[in-house]
Design a protein around this ligand. Structure first.
Ligand SMILES: NC(=O)c1ccc[n+]([C@@H]2O[C@H](COP(=O)([O-])OP(=O)(O)OC[C@H]3O[C@@H](n4cnc5c(N)ncnc54)[C@H](OP(=O)(O)O)[C@@H]3O)[C@@H](O)[C@H]2O)c1
Length: 323
């Protein structure tokens, strides 16, 4: 077997256009880890932010820097102790958003702990599985763990046309919730098609004043509003969940007891049990809207466009055969 692999890498923080296809040493799995032949990856806002040097905590500062948290592929080598996965098994999952992550998935092979992977459902494509990984688990951990969501509750999701929001709609419905969603006017029809009860158009600055319901959980996937702004549309005891830390969120943590609401920040973690929950949901038809699939040779442009313009749903990257 070749001792090198191709990867899309940056040699310094800076313009995303500096990404190049390079030859790197084939990574070897350590204890508890497996090596995966990557078939597909998917983009998250963290890819562009990390390459631009805006967030240095989500990835080890190792150059050449290979980003790409999400992956779906085939187990290619098993490290000592990683006994619950076998060579040739189709798996999906994501790298931890932490300094322990040294090599991303925009490469022919990547290495990660077996506990961060689960079996990919046979009826789901590698592109869909990769696209679902980070956002699906973020939605699950935000709604179920941070929001303590239970069957029959009403939930509001912002950023509903984006990666986290669009998948969170289906996750919330599978948790038994009734879902309303917020997006810009251009995306209202798209979001409505994902199975929400009502949509709110944030292009109208007064949209929040027109919300007449009170929700058990508000998932602010866009991290744009804050507990203070949303307190009136939250039931007493209800939870506001954000996806990004901010000064406003700290204010929310401090004010929450006075407002008799809860204020939480989701920090997604790859966990086998949650990935198995997601695999089951995907097997049964959980919707993962994919705006476009790009071959990895076009991934630099795709990351640049996603970072500046955004997308409806997810951008998937075909790695196998895509160089
Ligand atoms: N903490 C964690 O563990 C974690 C995990 C995953 C992601 N994240 C973070 O969560 C955020 C969302 O991720 P994503 O993958 O869903 O990103 P995304 O695909 O870019 O979607 C974000 C959506 O938010 C909406 N939006 C943008 N600017 C807005 C504003 N000023 N006010 C209200 N809505 C706005 C947009 O939809 P409309 O224009 O249609 O409203 C957009 O589609 C990102 O910041 C990401 O870094 C955090």
């Amino acid at each position: 077997m070749a001792k090198t692999m191709r990867a899309l890498a940056a040699y310094a923080y800076g313009p995303i256009g500096n990404l190049r296809v390079v030859e790197l040493p084939l990574p070897e799995p350590g204890p508890g880890e497996v090596r995966v032949r990557v078939m597909a990856s998917a983009l998250n806002p963290s890819d562009g932010k990390t390459l631009l040097g805006k967030i240095k905590l989500l990835h080890a500062k190792v150059f050449p820097l290979v980003v790409g948290w999400d992956l779906s592929g085939v187990v290619d080598a098993v490290g000592p102790g990683a006994t619950d996965l076998r060579e040739g098994q189709e798996v999906f999952g994501f790298h931890a958003y932490s300094r322990t992550t040294k090599l991303g998935a925009l490469a022919e092979y990547t290495v990660l702990p077996a506990s961060q992977l689960a079996a990919k459902p046979g009826n789901v494509s590698h592109e869909s599985a990769a696209a679902a990984a980070t956002v699906g688990i973020t939605a699950l951990q935000a709604l179920r763990d941070c929001g303590r969501m239970t069957t029959g509750q009403e939930v509001l999701i912002t950023g509903a046309s984006g990666g986290v929001g669009s998948v969170a709609i289906g996750v919330a419905r599978r948790l038994g919730g009734v879902v309303d969603a917020v997006s810009t006017s251009a995306n209202v029809d798209f979001v409505r098609g994902l199975g929400v009860r009502a949509t709110f158009d944030r292009s109208d600055k007064a949209w929040l004043a027109r919300v007449e319901r009170q929700y058990s959980v508000v998932l602010d996937a866009a991290a744009a509003f804050g507990l203070l702004a949303m307190r009136k549309i939250l039931l007493p005891g209800g939870t506001y969940v954000s996806t990004l830390p901010s000064a406003g969120l700290v204010g929310g943590f401090l004010l929450a007891p006075l407002l008799r609401r809860r204020c939480k920040l989701v920090m997604v973690r790859p966990r086998r049990a949650d990935l198995e929950w997601l695999a089951q949901a995907l097997r049964k038809g959980l919707s993962v809207p994919i705006a476009r699939v790009f071959p990895i040779r076009e991934a630099a442009g795709a990351i640049e466009d996603f970072t500046t313009i955004g997308a409806r749903g997810k951008i998937a990257i075909r790695v196998d055969g895509g160089f």
